[in-house]
Design a binder for this molecule. Structure first.
Ligand code: UDP
Length: 473
């Protein structure tokens, strides 16, 4: 077990353990939460594995927290040894096998807990279901960190219980979600296990373990805010356990890097490029599909043609592990108005940039929140997990986005260049785009307020800390 202690555990009256799942999309919001807890004079210890240590350290910035690494030597068929985060998996289909095997860390985790000063509470990712057992052994209240919206989690649960209790099959046709008659979904809105005919599979088993551990925990933390989805917050609180606490949007807990003229040379070239586009104010489409989506070469090609034909300015982040665009003249042809980036970017910095006017996104929940907070409307193109439901929420409920046109007409799937070009233009130049842009600015104001003094998410986190730690923090 490795450690780097830069905190002042003994000087702070209460101590919290944070344990994010090993995916960037899960680590990032928990690190924002860490900042809020430190502001409330709590000492924080973050558990992770060695391969994720550097990413966490970098994000600690000026704040103090301790990091403890647990060894994670798994033995999962098809996953090479040494892979410690989901972004590195050879295929996203191995996600649940990987998540399931995190239990190998349990005994080391418990040994480490014994060495720590009194832990007031633990915030552990929903996927690390086994930490409930550890928390119970040490009498530590466990709060589950949930990286989904109330909307997506409630609909998934409602549909799952219909299916399990009443044997309702999900169809390719739209069906109504029982408690929300205005919401209609199809099989394509869900990942297995809820669409698997056989509920005995590994994914099903894993999901049920995570749900059961969540139910038996002290509470669940949502990276969302009550004003964004009041009906679904209310539904959750009436229908499900444990008690929910809305403390987001956590991306507002710390500002993105602010760079001024004096440090111009340190600006990444893509930010310099966005600066140059300021003269055509608010003109750039930002394109990124999160930290683990794998786009096929055929799909990359369609995106490239769609962007070229749309004639809009664009900044496109392509993951390093992704294939390359087969047309090697593409970048040259579009260089006046487009830039491709193959690095890890500060996405919030890009979204907050005044040049950015729209976001073509896979609708990972963090990306949705970051876009909402920046007041940038979304062109929704969900791929896996709960992204189709997030996309529905963005387009149909909050109305801060439009949806791409897929070939199969459903919420996700292959997109041909013509459909992409059409929707890019609609978002960037036409009336529907204007409407969702206006709504995005309004929702951004709401998001900002909720994290300010007397805002609902700020007060909720205060109440949570007071409830567990007493009022002496
Ligand atoms: N992200 C980033 N730079 C990148 C790629 C991703 O900062 O180059 C961040 C992004 O801002 C978000 C997270 O990684 O906070 C991705 O989470 P999300 O839920 O959007 O998608 P996931 O990666 O989990 O599919």
């Amino acid at each position: 077990m490795g450690s780097s202690i830069c905190g002042d555990i003994d000087a702070r009256p209460h101590h919290v353990v944070l344990f994010p799942f090993m995916s960037k999309g899960h680590i990032i919001p928990i690190l924002h939460l860490k900042r809020l807890l430190l502001h409330r004079r709590l000492a924080v210890t973050i558990f992770t594995t060695q391969a994720n240590h550097a990413f966490i350290t970098e994000s600690l910035n000026d704040t103090s927290a301790s990091i403890l690494d647990l060894s994670f030597s798994h033995n999962v068929p098809n996953i090479p040894a040494g892979i410690e985060s989901t972004e590195k998996l050879p295929s996203i289909s191995l996600f649940h096998s990987f998540a399931n095997t995190t239990k190998v860390m349990q005994s080391n985790f418990e040994r480490a807990l014994q060495t720590l000063p009194h832990v007031s509470f633990m915030v552990s990712d929903a996927f690390l279901w086994w930490t409930l057992e550890s928390a119970s052994k040490f009498n530590i209240p466990r709060l589950v960190f949930n990286g989904m919206s109330y909307y997506s989690l409630s609909i998934s649960r409602a549909v799952a219980s219909d299916r399990l209790l009443f044997g309702a099959e999900l169809d390719d046709e739209l069906i109504t979600v029982t408690p929300f008659p205005w919401i209609r979904v199809t099989r394509n809105d869900f990942e297995p296990p809820f669409t698997e005919p056989e509920p005995q599979g590994l994914k099903f088993e894993f999901t049920m373990k995570a749900i059961t551990a969540t139910k038996n925990s002290y509470g669940i933390i949502f990276n969302s805010f009550n004003e964004l989805e009041p009906l679904f917050v209310d539904f959750w609180n009436r229908k499900y356990i444990p008690k929910a606490w809305s403390v987001g949007p956590l991306c507002l807990a710390e500002p993105p890097k602010v760079r001024n003229e004096a440090c111009y040379n340190y600006k990444p070239i893509w930010v310099q490029w966005l600066d140059k586009k300021l003269e055509q104010r608010n003109s750039v489409l930002y394109i990124a599909f999160g930290s683990q989506t794998q786009i096929s070469p055929a799909q990359l090609k369609e995106i490239a043609i769609g962007l070229e034909e749309s004639k809009v300015n664009f900044l496109w982040v392509i993951r390093k592990s992704e294939s390359e665009i087969s047309d090697d003249k593409f970048e040259e042809r579009v260089k006046e108005r487009g830039i491709l980036v193959r690095e890890w970017v500060d996405q919030r910095e890009i979204l907050m940039h005044e040049s950015v006017k729209g976001f073509l996104s896979h609708c990972g929940w963090n990306s949705v929140l970051e876009s909402i907070c920046a007041g940038v409307p979304i062109l929704a193109w969900p791929m896996v997990a709960e992204q189709p439901l997030n996309a529905r929420m963005v387009v149909e409920e909050i109305k801060v986005g439009l949806r791409v046109e897929t070939c199969n007409g459903s919420v996700r799937g292959f997109v041909e260049w013509e459909g992409l070009e059409k929707m890019v233009k609609e978002l960037m130049e036409e009336e529907k785009g204007k409407e969702v842009r206006k709504k995005s600015k309004e929702v951004a104001q709401m998001a900002k307020k909720t994290m300010e003094e007397a805002g609902s998410s700020k007060c909720t986190l205060d109440l949570l800390v007071d409830e567990i730690c007493g009022k002496k923090t």
